[in-house]
Design a binder for this molecule. Sequence first.
Ligand code: AMP
Length: 297
Amino acid sequence: MKDNHALIVGSIGLDTIETASDRKESILGGSATYATIAAGKSSSVHLVGIVGNDFPIEGINIFKDTTFDLSNFEQKKGKTFSWGAKYADNWDNRDTLFTELGVFNDFNPLLTHQNKEVPFIFLANIHPLLQLSVLNQCNKRKCVIIDTMNLWIDTEREKLKEVISSCDVLLINEFEAEQFTKRKEHDDQGTVLQSLGPQNIIIKCGSKGARLYSGHQLDTIGVFPVKNVVDPTGAGDSFGGGVAASLANGESMIESIINGAALASLTIEGFGIDTLHNASIDEIKRRKEYLRTTLNS
Ligand code: AMP
C-alpha cells in the first residue's frame, strides 16, 4: 500500500450547535467526519465508523467524495451518534448539552484486510476502548496519532493512558492537557505526556495557536487570522486530520502542524463542515504560506 493512506476512526454524528447568534440542529459532525474531510484534501482516507438509519444520504455522499475506502463504514438500524453544545459569547467556553452514543454503543468493527495494512492511523476522539480495538488490528503501523477529550480523561483515564502509550503523536487541547497532567505550565504538561510514551505532543491552544513538543525540541505556531468565527466545532478534529494527512505524505512534524492549523482555520469560518468541505487546494496553500511566517515567533 502506498504511504499516503491514512486510516481514521472516530465519531460520525449529528450535531446541534448553539452560538450567540444562531442555532443549527442535526448537522453533519463528529470527530471522524471533520478529520476525514480535512485529511481527504491531500491523502487517501480509509474511514472506520458507524451511522444509524436516520443518517442523511447527503452525509454518505460526502464520505463517498472525500474518502478512498469505505469498507469499514457501516450503517445499521438505530440512532446515529448525536451531540449538542452551546458556546459562550467569546467562544472561550463550550457547554456540552447532550451526548448520545446511539449505534456507537456496541460498535466493535472488524477491520477489512486492506484496512489492517494502512500504515498511518488517526484515532480521532472516541471511546478509548474503540481506539484500542482498532489499533490492535492494525498490523503495518508506521505512525499512530491520537486525539481525545475531557469526557474520556474523566471517565476512562486508565484505558486512555494505554492508548496514549501506544501512539507516536498525541493531540490534546490546553485544558485537557492541564486536566490530564494536573500541571499548569505547558512545558511541564509536554514532559509529563511524553513520559507516557509518545515523543510528539501537540498542545492545541485555540486562538493562541499550538505547541509541538518533539523529543527535546519545542516549536510553536500561530493562527491564520480569521475575520469572522462562525462555529469552532471540529477545529481540533480538522487539525488532527491535517496532521495525519501530512505525516502520511512523508512530511515533517512541523509541516504537519502547518497543515493542521490551515484546515482548522477553515472549519471555524462556517457552520459544521461547510467551509472546510468547500475549501480549494489553493486557499489551503495560501493559508499554509501565512502560517509558516508564524512559526516560533
Ligand atoms: P472539537 O470541536 O474538535 O472538539 O470536536 C467536536 C466534534 O466532536 C463534534 O462534531 C462532536 O460530534 C464530536 N464529539 C463530541 N463529543 C464526543 C464524544 N464523547 N465522542 C466522540 N465524539 C464526540
